[in-house]
Design a protein around this ligand. Structure first.
Ligand SMILES: Nc1ncnc2c1ncn2[C@@H]1O[C@H](COP(=O)(O)OP(=O)(O)OP(=O)(O)O)[C@@H](O)[C@H]1O
Length: 466
């Protein structure tokens, strides 16, 4: 049952060395952090909105979830079943299994602000899953479930397999990402070469573009929520803060709805912060307090012309500047990010073959910066982990793949000058649009079950819900 997990997360399980993650991460979670504060604040606000039946929420429901059968859109009452709209219609005959009837629990593998995550093994299939348990009363679980189901079938989104409701909690049985979290990999490996960063980033932008195309804003893009499969591929997780974008009749939308930060561009900003961290090893906006960080986010002018940025190619800096544009309307879209020459240069196979070997600049000879700073932007002088060697080896059960398999030799080709020269040549390369038909097709190998409140077996119905 136990499977060694690469990287690190939270330590909660007893004696679960491979899967439990320890102290290093929890040090960061335990002290005051921007992410914790913001998330708690956002969740509290959302819960208030939900309970108050705010106009904003009702509009989003009406605009994005057309009626399904006899279901009311968001009817009042407690319990997941009544809150997830379309799903209850298809699941009234759902079996009343308890999760213990179907799964055997293993050790804890993570803990977030709102729930713990354990391994669980399916009794019938013998396959391991991740089970996130959310206590009732603080949940926005109905939305998280609905959105995960809506996005289900896309390979870079963590698949939701089943939902169980108990009197005091919900269990979300999800695909297990046994490769750990991106944050832990970043922490171990230090600053990334441009080639490696671009390959990871391309996958991330693909999944973000997909979410946006499906009318979903994730709103919590950060390396803690980017998980890795055993093959090292990224999977976007934690849709606890995600929202559907209301695309209803604009004529009816109230001004206060328009002023809400529901735009998908918030994900582009967050992804920009992540890219900055990948390429430089530090976060762009820091401070000694939350207020200082907020101030930096609002005002700090990023300097891409000195320090580590001198060894980073111009296209990479150009992309970052476009993503970290404060004016949302001027900020690049996720789709535009995917088409940016920097991404194309490092990820397009044809262009890779054009790559000219030249001496690698920038990373060689320097120790990676302490990426602890990535976890908590508040400056922490007590934490000094010193310089660590750049680690390129992988745990036995986490073999490197496409995105993560660059050897030192390949990284030698990571020459910013080459990128600058070739960028003009590739700026007109077109990437084909994602195929919608594929995105909504039923998945045969990962049917979503919803025990207690659902017996759903295909994603067709879910697609209709939007
Ligand atoms: N599908 C999964 N496979 C493997 N590990 C997972 C999976 N889902 C979550 N985890 C682990 O559990 C941790 C917490 O999960 P998640 O972020 O979904 O919970 P949360 O309560 O919403 O967290 P937070 O609010 O703190 O971001 C993750 O950081 C990860 O380490």
């Amino acid at each position: 049952m136990r499977k060694k997990r690469k990287g690190s997360s939270e330590a909660h399980g007893e004696g679960s060395e491979g899967l439990s993650f320890a102290t290093r991460s929890s040090n960061f979670r335990s002290h005051f952090s921007l992410e914790g504060y913001a998330r708690l604040k956002k969740r509290c606000k959302e819960n208030e909105d939900v309970s108050a039946g705010s106009f904003k929420r009702r509009l989003a429901g009406v605009a994005t979830a057309p009626p399904c059968g006899a279901s009311s859109l968001v009817s009042s009452g407690r319990g997941l079943k009544r809150k997830i709209g379309c799903i209850d219609v298809s699941t009234q005959t759902g079996r009343k299994n308890k999760i213990d009837d179907d799964y055997v629990f293993g050790p804890n593998i993570g803990k977030g602000k709102f729930g713990s995550v354990r391994i669980c093994r399916s009794k019938s299939k013998g396959i391991d899953f991740a089970c996130k348990t959310l206590k009732k009363g603080e949940e926005t679980v109905h939305r998280e479930v609905e959105i995960m189901q809506h996005l289900s079938g896309y390979p870079r989104v963590v698949t939701l397999h089943a939902v169980y409701e108990e009197s005091d909690c919900f269990h979300l049985v999800m695909e297990l990402c046994s490769g750990g979290r991106l944050i832990d990999q970043m922490d171990k490996e230090g600053r990334y070469s441009e080639q490696r960063a671009a390959n990871i980033f391309k996958d991330l932008m693909l999944v973000i573009s997909y979410c946006h195309e499906m009318g979903v804003v994730h709103r919590d893009i950060k390396p803690e929520n980017i998980l890795l499969t055993s093959a090292g591929k990224i999977q976007l997780a934690d849709f606890g803060l995600a929202m559907r974008i209301a695309k209803g009749s604009p004529a009816y939308v109230a001004p206060e709805v328009l002023s809400e930060s529901y735009s998908e561009k918030v994900d582009v900003w967050s992804a920009g912060v992540l890219l900055y961290a990948l390429l430089s090893g530090v976060l762009p906006f820091k401070g000694d307090s939350l207020d200082a960080i907020f101030e930096a986010i609002k005002k700090v002018k990023l300097d891409f012309n000195s320090g580590v940025w001198e060894s980073v190619s111009k296209p990479a800096r150009d992309l970052l500047a476009r993503m970290l544009t404060r004016d949302e309307s001027a900020r690049i879209t996720a789709d535009e990010v995917r088409r940016h020459p920097w991404i194309l240069f490092y990820t397009d196979r044809t262009l890779k073959t054009m790559s000219i070997k030249s001496k690698h600049k920038g990373l060689g000879g320097t120790s990676p910066p302490c990426l602890l700073q990535l976890r908590n932007p508040i400056k922490n002088t007590d934490v000094n982990r010193g310089n660590r060697e750049k680690k390129t080896t992988h745990d036995d059960d986490s073999p490197p793949t496409d995105s993560f398999s660059n050897t030192e030799e390949e990284e030698e080709e990571d020459e910013s000058g080459v990128v600058d020269v070739l960028v003009v040549a590739i700026s007109n390369v077109r990437i084909s649009e994602p195929k919608r038909s594929r995105l909504c097709s039923p998945t045969t190998n990962s049917p979503i079950e919803q025990q207690h409140s659902s017996n759903l077996t295909t994603t067709n119905t879910l697609c209709r819900a939007f």
